[in-house]
Design a protein around this ligand. Sequence first.
Ligand code: G3P
Length: 214
Amino acid sequence: MKFFIDTANIEEIKDALSMGMVDGVTTNPSLIAKENGSFKDIINEICKVVDGPISAEVISIDTEGMVSEARPLASISENIVIKVPMTIDGIKATRILASEGIKTNVTLVFSPLQALMAAKAGATYVSPFIGRLDDLSQDGLVLVEQIVDIYNNYAYNTEVIVASIRSPLHVLESALLGADIATIPYNVLSKLAAHPMTDKGLKAFLNDWEKKSK
Ligand code: G3P
């Protein structure tokens, strides 16, 4: 399973890179807005340190605007993936960008049929937002399961990026369901490594070692 990091913060990205846990990066306008610097500068900086797909989202809501934003963004690096919203205009833009060899990540996906349309339009990636479904008392992981099944049924190449991840359990269940990628916020990534029995065991080993050296 590939781990992407869901942040535009360069320090978080560098730290996750030092763990070897960054196969790619996803950003969105909300994540970019939290950081200092222009959108282009932030994306350029990420491109300098990450060797993998980096999602940068358009803010236009019409097809023509999305495509016009996408082309210069895609020229920054071959690693750039254009994130487009799951709307009819976004699907049209995905189709155009796919025909130009520009990679896309169809975002804000909340239903399996949206994911099917994204794949048919030629999306490179699709991003189901599971945490936001959980917030509505709907099981976001059921959506992941349905998308994985549909894509397997018809051998679509579109990769599933599980997004809006809020907990380690989301990552575990996504892995068990066979999702290609989890895009993980930095705070959740840190939690994946934690276990109280590891801490307890390490403390006991160090205590015993201390006694022996006396
Ligand atoms: O990748 C999409 C993700 O950033 C959305 O997460 O927590 O805002 O629902 P969240």
